[in-house]
Design a protein around this ligand. Sequence first.
Ligand code: ZN
Length: 143
Amino acid sequence: MSSTDEMYQSVIIEHDRSPRNFRVLEHPSHHAEGSNPLCGDRVSVDLQVDADGRITDVAFQGSGCAISRASASMMTTVLKGKTTAEAQELFERFHALMMTGTTAEPKELGKLVAFQGVAAFPMRVKCATLPWHAVNEALRPKA
Ligand code: ZN
């Protein structure tokens, strides 16, 4: 298996072709935007967080490469139903996977492990983490 094959795992290709939650929320409680000028990726994420701090809906819009779209798509599917604390924990785990290419907790990452091969491509790591950075920023408590 070549490194390119590993990077473009079938699940990534599938999410790029049919992105989930590719829409806008009408009255999101949180909104985030991010861009990766090195690749030309742009992403905006809407989140609906209820009074208990649980993410009840999440959607994204954007344009960019397959990796950024697939990452944003997969992110929306895993974040829905999570608390904001759990979301930030997942961000930390995913970020660590992207920085090191390994994880001690593959179960916690679930299907996000598909991005493991991307870690070998520093330029692509920025694409994969872009939507996560945006959400992490949006969920950070406002001062
Ligand atoms: Zn990109």
